[in-house]
Design a protein around this ligand. Structure first.
Ligand code: C5P
Length: 301
């Protein structure tokens, strides 16, 4: 019997994040265009006599190891649906920044779900896995499917998108995290009394993705959460300006932030932008990564 399964799961950047008004359930309707990029967490599950979680990597001390961890919740929920005791040890080798707006926690949820499904041989259908993902969080279904997708509803109703080329990105991780609910609350505060239009995907943006045209994508990206993230974390403006000055085609906050994302023309330009951002001393770490890449993938076991 298989005793250990490892799943690799990518981070995401939102190339469009259109946000509607707050719904009665507190969530916001979104038109959320996700692109999976090559920064990965690896989630390993091993049969054990109880559920436990460990984490390694530079941000490991910020990761909760109790049942609030999305990886633990994924194991519990799959086990509940199939009558399996979720007695696994989950190890997360974390490379995606924590509380960074790159879906790191969501990646671990999707990764643990696929790993447990493989370990236990539960063979849940894609639909059932996606249903569990949506229960875990708005961004978790995308972590499972990867590539590029438009997320509607609270972001969990996905439609796969064509991507016609590789996009080269630089990511600057900030010195502290931002809480997603706090950024949405700030969005609500800043838009109080404003009639917010229904969020829709930009056709220019979808065309740019389909063509693999970085300049056209740069002209079309948008993030409605950016003003709220900047309001809570004003220093990010300096990082965004430094990346633009170093030749990035566009600079934006990734999701709810505070990671900032810079689209580059090609890998050489990305390396230059990364070097310039590192030199500013305003960011904790600077990484380059390309996308689109596949979603959660079982590695050899
Ligand atoms: O779904 P998830 O647990 O990732 O959402 C975290 C928080 O972000 C929610 O509790 C909510 O405050 C906010 N959110 C939202 N609208 C969305 C997605 C998330 O308001 N579509």
């Amino acid at each position: 019997m298989t005793e250990t399964v490892t799943v690799r799961v990518p981070a995401k950047v939102n190339v469009q994040l259109a946000v509607g008004g707050a719904r009665p359930d507190g969530f916001h309707d979104l038109a959320n265009v996700f692109l999976a990029v090559g920064l990965y967490d690896e989630v390993t599950v091993t049969a054990a006599d109880r559920l436990s979680v460990t984490c390694s990597g530079p941000d490991a001390d910020q990761v909760p190891l109790d049942a609030t961890n999305l990886a633990a919740r994924a194991a519990i929920e799959l086990g509940r649906r199939y009558g399996v005791d979720p007695h696994v040890h989950i190890h997360i080798a974390k490379d995606i920044p924590v509380a960074g707006g790159m879906a790191g926690g969501s990646a671990d949820g999707a990764g643990a779900l696929l790993a447990c499904d493989t370990l236990w041989g539960t063979n849940a259908s894609r639909e059932e896995l996606l249903d569990i993902c949506a229960e875990l969080g708005s961004d978790v279904p995308f972590s499972l499917v990867g590539g590029a997708a438009l997320g509607l509803g609270r972001g969990e109703r996905l439609r796969a998108l064509d991507v016609g080329g590789t996009f080269h990105w630089v990511f600057a991780m900030a010195g502290r995290g931002l809480s997603t609910p706090a950024v949405f609350r700030e969005f609500d505060r800043m838009n109080e009394g404003v009639r917010i239009p229904e969020p829709v995907a930009s056709q220019e943006l979808l065309d740019a993705l389909a063509k693999g045209d970085a300049a056209a994508l740069a002209a079309a990206v948008s993030n409605d959460l950016q003003p709220a993230a900047l309001s809570l974390f004003p220093e990010l403006a300096e990082t965004l300006a430094a990346g633009r000055a170093a030749g990035a085609l566009v600079a934006l906050v990734s999701g709810s932030g505070p990671t900032t994302a810079f689209l580059a023309r090609d890998p050489e330009s990305a390396a230059k932008v990364a070097e310039a951002l590192s030199a500013t001393g305003t960011c904790r770490t600077v990484r380059t990564a390309s996308g689109a890449v596949p979603g959660a993938t079982v590695l050899g076991h």
